[in-house]
Design a protein around this ligand. Structure first.
Ligand SMILES: C[S@@+](CC[C@H](N)C(=O)[O-])C[C@H]1O[C@@H](n2cnc3c(N)ncnc32)[C@H](O)[C@@H]1O
Length: 232
């Protein structure tokens, strides 16, 4: 992967960035996503935010090697603190981190959100708490994608603040749009997840120390939801 050829995962993220956007890519690592989008003429400008020095330097190098210093600003910053009002950001991508980390970045950086940015999020697990945060903060899920690359499943969640929507607990768990679409990759993921939950429940029964009841109940509830989803 590089700024010319994105992974399939980042390519699908790129597809949700609107033409002419001013993008903030938070946790940008090598800044491949903003640089690729800038090279393709999709975005007008970008900020690549990084909290760690080595990826920050890698991002600076990618931008410099592509001669894009005037268009892609690299900032060493924690989360949304990379965004300044003058950037007039219209889309924010946060990709390749746990859903809880993405949620914490959004929650901790609320002061930097103007409210009408499109959020393009690609969590690696922890989708449920992330969707919960989005709902609680008045975001509607506009699009959801699930793809499989190198044996891993990746979700992409696109959200904007429009009319607030209430999602059920199951919708927050599975993704409301994915539940509707029931794509083959979605069903395959949840078949795998059901096998994992059943294994976990079986291991609890043989555990030497008693597993807390609420933990067992939570996993059993998830297994019931998945069974019902797959039966439907
Ligand atoms: C696994 S990489 C993902 C890189 C790229 N976004 C992608 O999807 O390929 C995660 C990056 O997020 C950065 N990161 C983690 N927490 C962050 C935070 N609070 N603010 C900015 N960057 C963060 C890490 O330093 C790391 O470079």
């Amino acid at each position: 992967m590089n700024e010319h050829t994105l992974s399939m995962r980042l390519e699908r993220v790129a597809a949700h960035v609107p033409m002419g956007a001013r993008l903030a890519d938070i946790g940008s690592d090598h800044a491949y996503l903003p640089v690729a989008l800038m090279r393709r003429g999709v975005i007008e400008a970008a900020v690549a935010g990084e909290v760690a020095i080595t990826p920050f330097q890698a991002a600076e190098r990618t931008v410099r090697e592509n001669g894009l210093e005037q268009h892609v600003t690299v900032r060493l910053a924690d989360g949304l603190a990379a965004i300044k009002p003058a950037d007039a950001i219209t889309a924010i991508s946060v990709c390749g981190m746990g859903g809880e980390t993405i949620r914490d970045i959004l929650e901790g950086g609320k002061a930097h959100l103007r409210g009408h940015e499109r959020l393009i999020l690609q969590p690696n697990g922890g989708e449920q708490p992330l969707r919960h945060w989005l709902m609680e903060n008045g975001y509607t899920l506009l699009d959801e994608e699930l793809l499989r690359e190198n044996r891993f499943y990746y979700e992409i969640i696109v959200a904007e603040r429009t009319t607030p929507v209430i999602y059920s607990a199951e919708q927050l768990y599975f993704g409301p749009l994915q539940m509707q679409a029931r794509s083959p990759v979605f069903l395959a993921k949840w078949q795998r997840m059901l096998r994992q939950k059943q294994k976990t429940l079986a291991s609890f029964e043989h555990a030497r120390q008693a597993v807390p009841e609420d933990k067992v109940a939570e996993i059993a509830r998830q297994a019931r939801w998945i069974t019902a989803l797959l039966a439907g």
